[in-house]
Design a protein around this ligand. Structure first.
Ligand code: HEM
Length: 429
């Protein structure tokens, strides 16, 4: 397939811009990223990039980068044309051997997707969420108790990673003794391109397969136990046909668990960590939030998710030719929907680079565009982030970062690996 324009060539004159260049683009400053996406958004044609060259998967045809909110919403609304099941939702197609662990519903189309989503969404009903909220509050209180007790720390390991990990594991019934294993394996899955998690780039495939196998084993063992001894956790519900007579097969359950821990942990963790960084960078926004914690929290949480956009993009693949953004795209074309860029689209967001805890309206698409794959955990994530910030702002109101965030090397997750924090003297127990 011959793309109409290749921006990897054309834009190099302007900005030397290549979204497939992990080191050259994604490790650069966030400010440079803003400028680059603004430039792409202003182009009359959809920018096209060659795919990153990965030795374990064929090179593929390249991809169009969607940077306008309207284009991403339009693509998300047409899942029969802009499909998720052809290859993957990552830029490169998933190698066949990955499917055993990573072939989950996020990479499927109907009718398979709707069957799985129907079954698992019973774990995310308002009643289930209300039951979880008590647990979220208890876990957040315990985390802040420990922070006050132990003093200055790395916010990622001491605060942001702990809450979502504990909640997802508790939901599924994973015992506390295995939480650390889940934490380490999910770091590998979404941080595979970062040398801190996978030091030898040659070993990415082995590292990913072995992390997937370990997590699948945790779930298979638990499922076997819950089939015989059901409790009130989600694993018991999913293996015991209590739900409309439908159950997940052991493989489906393992892939769902991997999706859940990966999708539910890294994203929420990064939203909380970016929030702490932003509170440090914008003291006047902290003051506004502190002046009315309950009143401001709902808009502040949406603004954190918009500004951080923890999931940078999802991919869709065209099942048939279609028009998008005034351009004709061919069947088989890949589009990368850059939520991160859409959430700074000046058509919808005034002064988009600014962090504004009172921003309203805030039609961000950090949890995905409107469509069948819209984040299953959005309500849960909002509750987790809200509860954590209420707890932090009321008990350690001076909490602030003491250094710049150490960012994850990734084109997919807007991640922070470490953020040192302090909170002055005291803290309310
Ligand atoms: C700030 C936190 C979060 C963000 C930014 C986020 C973002 C996203 C995005 C962008 C998608 C893809 C939407 C699409 O393709 O249209 C997604 C899907 C998904 N998310 Fe989240 N998410 C977050 C938290 C969570 C949590 C806490 C859970 C569960 C515990 C979760 C579970 C899922 C699942 C299962 C999917 C796949 C849905 C499907 O394919 O039908 N997410 N999320």
């Amino acid at each position: 397939m011959q793309p109409p324009t290749s921006v990897s060539d054309a834009a190099s004159d302007v900005l030397n811009l290549n979204l497939s260049d992990l080191e050259g683009f994604w490790t650069q400053s966030i400010e440079r990223r803003h400028t680059a996406f603004n430039t792409l958004r202003e182009r009359p044609e959809l920018p096209f990039f060659d795919q990153p060259q990965l030795w374990f998967t064929p090179p593929g045809p390249g991809y169009y980068a969607l940077t306008k909110l309207d284009d991403i919403v339009e693509a998300s609304r047409q899942p029969k044309i802009f499909t998720s099941g052809k290859g993957a939702t990552s830029a490169a197609d998933m190698p066949a051997e990955f499917l055993e662990f990573y072939g989950s519903m996020i990479n499927m189309d109907d009718p398979r997707h709707s069957r799985l989503r129907r079954i698992v969404s019973r774990g995310f009903t308002p009643r289930m969420l209300d039951a979880l909220t008590d647990n979220v509050a208890k876990v957040a209180t315990r985390i802040v108790d420990e922070v006050i007790e132990n003093g200055p720390c790395d916010a990622v390991s001491a605060i942001s990673a702990k809450l979502p990990l504990t909640i997802v594991c508790d939901m599924m019934g994973i015992p506390a003794s295995q939480h650390q294993l889940v934490f380490e394996r999910t770091n590998v899955i979404l941080g595979a391109a970062d040398p801190e998690y996978v030091p030898d780039a040659e070993n990415i495939v082995t590292a990913l397969l072995s992390a997937g196998a370990d997590l699948a084993q945790v779930m298979r063992d638990l499922a076997a136990h819950r089939a015989a001894h059901p409790t009130d956790d989600l694993t018991s519900a999913l293996v015991n046909a209590q739900i409309d007579g439908e159950t997940l097969t052991p493989d489906e359950l393992a892939s769902f668990f991997i999706l859940l821990v990966v999708a539910g942990n890294e994203t929420t963790r990064n939203a909380i960590t970016w929030g702490l960084h932003l509170l440090t960078e914008y003291p006047e926004q902290r003051a506004t939030w502190l002046a009315d914690i309950d009143g401001v929290t709902p808009t502040a949480i949406e603004e954190i998710v918009r500004w951080a956009s923890p999931v940078i993009f999802m991919r869709r693949t065209l099942a048939e030719p279609a028009q998008l953004g005034g351009q004709q795209l061919e069947a088989g074309a890949k589009v990368l929907m850059y939520y991160w860029a859409a959430n700074r689209d000046p058509k919808y967001f005034t002064d988009p680079d600014r962090f504004d805890v009172l921003r309203s309206p805030n039609p961000h698409i950090g949890f995905g565009g409107p469509g069948p794959h819209f984040c299953l955990g959005a309500h849960l994530a909002r509750r987790e982030i809200s509860v954590m910030f209420r707890e932090l702002l009321s008990r350690v109101p001076d909490i602030h970062a003491t250094a710049a965030p150490s960012r994850l090397t990734s084109a997919f997750i807007n991640g922070i690996k470490h953020l040192p924090i302090d909170f002055g003297t005291g803290g309310t127990r």
